[in-house]
Design a protein around this ligand. Structure first.
Ligand code: SAM
Length: 339
């Protein structure tokens, strides 16, 4: 019997032209957010009309197609995923796919809605969440997020802990904004029993003054090493971070360094926006319009074929450079593709 596989073979796993297996899908479920972090969005963002969004059922259908094709990890992000109306219905339908090809369902959130949703997330099968927090100082928090209240995020963190969710704090390292606090954040995370992940600011979308905010993490790590013992580990979460164990706290610290060290060679992920555009790389414009495929009446085999076609166009990597004239490497904001 022939073993030739075709683009319509649902058993075919997704492998890109560089031999990288695609096993991780990030889904930005909304472009909206209740905060306006200065490095992420401009103050006067124009958000998408509802008709442009994939419905929750359509999002679930695309996720199911990815799982059929070998995706084992899903992350919901945004915008702020927990502000999308009805999002828990999607979390529950995706959670029901755990153990059926899907191994992990997680989300990245600013934490403001977690007090309300943490228990339900856990009940749906979520075990880990990333919570973004760039500072512990209420005034700074309000300035970075343009209007956020830190207490709301801290309350969300407490609720997630109470629900038994493992938490990683995501902190974007910003020159002259929170660079003097990274040490304190590491200590605080140690005391709270949380992992910390530092991220270099990436040139996505027009925002004011990004070239002034860029802080290389190689420098941050050297500074942290003056006080903390960072032991290299091979711990992996499927994402791009490199992890160390902090000997003094027993917790982990990760570094995401798209600028000082691009991590594309091991890239296993693609990103779906809330409008059904599949971006093959966070830092490139290669894309596929899955909404058009879905709304043209695609059956599952058509959808599977569209995924394979898209992955055949995954580029080798990004080439982020912080441009001194402050031009972004890609025009879309991080809130479109999701971090
Ligand atoms: N609203 C959620 C949150 O705050 O985590 C999810 C979406 S947010 C876009 C995901 C992550 O991307 C956050 O940790 C955020 O700090 C980070 N981020 C946003 N813009 C960024 C940029 N230009 N460079 C690096 N990280 C960025």
């Amino acid at each position: 019997m022939s073993t030739i596989t075709t683009f319509k073979d649902p058993a075919t796993k997704l492998v890109d032209p560089f031999g990288r297996a695609i096993t991780y899908l990030r889904i930005s479920v909304t472009d909206r957010c209740d905060l306006r972090c200065v490095y992420c969005m401009s103050e006067d963002m124009a958000f998408l009309p509802k008709k442009d969004l994939l419905t929750l059922e359509e999002l679930d259908r695309v996720a199911a197609a990815f799982i059929r094709a070998g995706t084992t990890k899903l992350r919901l992000t945004g915008g702020e995923p927990l502000v999308r109306r009805g999002v828990m219905t999607l979390v529950q339908s995706l959670g029901a796919r755990l153990g059926q090809g899907l191994e992990e369902l997680t989300l990245t959130t600013n934490g403001t809605q977690l007090a309300q949703h943490a228990q339900a997330l856990r009940a749906a099968g979520v075990r880990r969440v990333n919570i973004s927090l760039d500072t512990l100082d209420p005034t700074r928090f309000a300035a970075i997020t343009r209007w956020g209240r830190i207490e709301q995020t801290l309350e969300g963190i407490r609720a997630a802990q109470a629900a038994g969710l493992a938490i990683k704090i995501n902190t974007v390292a910003l020159k002259d904004v929170n660079e003097d606090e990274l040490d304190t954040l590491l200590e605080w995370c140690g005391r709270q029993g949380l992992d910390l992940c530092l991220i270099e600011t990436m040139p996505m979308g027009e925002v004011v003054g990004r070239s002034d905010q860029y802080l290389p993490l190689s420098m941050v790590r050297a500074r942290l090493r003056r006080r903390w013992t960072l032991e290299a580990t091979d711990y992996q979460t499927g994402g791009p971070a490199r992890y160390y164990t902090v000997a003094e706290t027993g917790r982990r610290i990760g570094f995401i360094t798209p600028m000082t060290h691009n991590f594309c060679e091991g890239c296993n992920r693609v990103r779906l926006t809330c409008t059904g555009t599949l971006y093959m790389c966070l830092g490139q414009d290669d894309q596929a319009d899955l909404r058009a495929v879905l709304r043209a009446g695609a059956d599952d085999a058509d959808l599977d074929a569209a995924l394979r076609d898209a992955i055949a166009h995954k580029p080798k990597g990004h080439d982020f450079v912080i441009d001194r004239r402050n031009r972004p490497a890609v025009a879309r904001h991080m809130s479109v593709t999701g971090g």
